[in-house]
Design a protein around this ligand. Structure first.
Ligand SMILES: NC(=O)c1ccc[n+]([C@@H]2O[C@H](COP(=O)([O-])OP(=O)(O)OC[C@H]3O[C@@H](n4cnc5c(N)ncnc54)[C@H](OP(=O)(O)O)[C@@H]3O)[C@@H](O)[C@H]2O)c1
Length: 449
């Protein structure tokens, strides 16, 4: 390298990385704080000063606990995104469309790299935004979009670059894990734990997005693309929430050596990529079963690294801002990687494996009328489907929690060996048609370690 080239590179490194931040809420305000608090350390690590130049939010006069006097205020995030004052645009507004999408598109079009925490935006538009970023020679970084403070994007994209990934699964929603943990440890109902989560600020007033599994699905869609090099298709994800989980299920799970977790699972199968979000029985001894409360965790199975689990805070201002700042540090260092690890044009079309083809063990809880022939009829239906039972337990009536909610009905719990979703569903339809059940069967998939 010539002296002139060395001098020019040194000059670039000495130039501050000028940042514009749109959205100064929970995450945005924390990013401003961390950049100020760790300014010297970040400069030492990256060789450049990361300097906030412009900011945008809705309310200019709102007290955010941060001093904005050194920054240029923009009423319009799109104007900030295109401003000549900045090199990098940080989108922390949220939402899959509207101003979040418009400002990210404007930034990329103006040749600015983008950092975002917006999983909804990425699940919907991630691939097209990656294409645009690559075409414009800029970065699209989104470490904060999945599992907050856990560096899972980097782990999948860079740390495990030499691996063929077989499965990635995790607890990606702290609200659901908090509710299920409290139900199990405090023996409280789903409704009581949801109320508690709302009082503590872990759950929204309308909790559907979290407890219905939709938030987990957005994050899973992003992880799938990174793990398997596919395009993103959130509509290809089978989604079930945790609303139907009862104390009876958690008690039965505990007795049988399992815990119930809301998991997002993406797995390579012979028929394509299976993507599903649902309450799942996990062996109590597994790493993922140890994760209690609002914590998130992601496990990966790969060829060279058979099992890896990362756990940590999945949300909250500081933890999420930590991931945003890590992306900014990469940009300051000049690190530019295709957003999904391989060029967007090389992502393969996601081939969806139908849930009906899912193969695994199942937990089935039946509320069976106490009539002669009922047990035999259930056993016959299972045998007709070729379903082998690992265990069959008639639940204790004495304790109250195991009690059937319908009089004259007995709770029966079955654990099956591996079978297909289609097969167990057909068998249960037949059991229902036989007329021995007082309630709809409860079915929970078991995830192998
Ligand atoms: N909170 C977390 O723990 C967490 C974790 C992971 C990822 N994320 C993601 O991070 C992003 C931000 O989340 P957050 O929790 O920080 O949200 P938030 O607290 O609701 O903050 C949103 C910010 O966006 C601003 N905003 C909204 N509409 C705007 C508009 N039209 N123009 C300009 N500014 C606008 C708001 O302005 P005002 O303050 O003036 O109202 C506010 O500052 C979302 O994509 C979210 O999914 C959050």
């Amino acid at each position: 390298m010539s002296q002139a080239q060395v001098q020019s590179e040194t000059n670039v490194m000495m130039t501050p990385l000028r940042v514009g931040i749109a959205g100064l809420g929970t995450v945005g305000a924390s990013v401003v704080k961390i950049l100020a608090r760790q300014k010297e350390m970040l400069t030492a690590k990256t060789g450049r000063v990361i300097e906030v130049k412009g900011v945008s939010a809705r309310g200019r006069d709102k007290d955010r606990g941060i001093d904005l006097s050194d920054f240029t205020w923009f009423d319009d995030p799109v104007a900030l995104a295109a401003s000549a004052e900045i090199d990098v645009f940080v989108e922390l507004i949220g939402g899959e469309a509207g101003v979040a999408l418009a400002s990210v598109e404007a930034a990329i079009a103006a040749g600015k790299s983008v950092v975002t925490a917006n999983k909804a935006l990425l699940a919907k538009h991630g691939v097209e935004l990656a294409r645009a970023a690559e075409a414009n020679g800029v970065s699209l970084a989104f470490e904060a979009s999945v599992a907050g403070g856990i560096p899972i994007i980097k782990a999948l994209r860079e740390g495990l670059a030499g691996n063929a990934i077989e499965r990635v699964y995790g607890i990606l929603n702290g609200t659901c894990n908090y509710i299920l943990s409290r139900m199990e440890t405090e023996k409280l109902s789903f409704a009581a734990c949801l109320r508690e989560a709302q009082e503590l600020g872990y759950a929204e007033a309308d909790p559907t997005f979290d407890i219905g599994g939709f938030d987990t699905a957005h994050k899973l869609a992003i992880l799938t693309a990174l793990a398997f090099g596919t395009t993103i298709d959130p509509d290809a994800i089978a989604i079930e929430g945790i609303e139907t989980i009862t104390l009876a299920d958690l008690d039965a799970a505990a007795e049988l050596g399992y815990r119930v977790k809301l998991l997002g699972v993406a797995q390579k199968t012979a028929s394509g990529i299976e993507q599903r979000v649902h309450p799942t029985m996990v062996p109590k001894s597994s790493a993922i079963a140890q994760i209690m409360g609002v914590i998130n965790a992601v496990s990966i199975n790969a060829d060279a690294v058979p099992e890896l689990t990362l756990a940590g805070p999945g949300a909250g201002g500081e933890a999420t801002a930590s991931a945003v700042v890590a992306d900014l540090a990469d940009l300051a260092r000049g690190l530019q990687i295709a957003p999904f690890g391989i060029p967007a044009a090389a992502l393969t079309e996601l081939q969806r494996a139908p849930l009906q083809m899912h193969e695994g063990g199942y937990y089935v809880r039946l509320s069976v009328y106490n009539r002669p022939g009922a047990a035999a009829a259930i056993a016959t239906r299972m045998a007709e489907g070729g379903i082998s039972l690992e265990s069959i337990v008639q639940r204790n009536m004495a304790g109250g929690r195991g009690k059937a909610t319908v009089q004259d009905a007995v709770p029966v719990v079955l654990i099956t060996y591996a079978t297909h979703e289609k097969t167990i569903r057909q068998a249960l339809d037949s059991v229902v048609a036989d007329g021995y059940l007082a309630e709809k069967p409860q079915l929970i998939r078991i995830e192998r370690e």
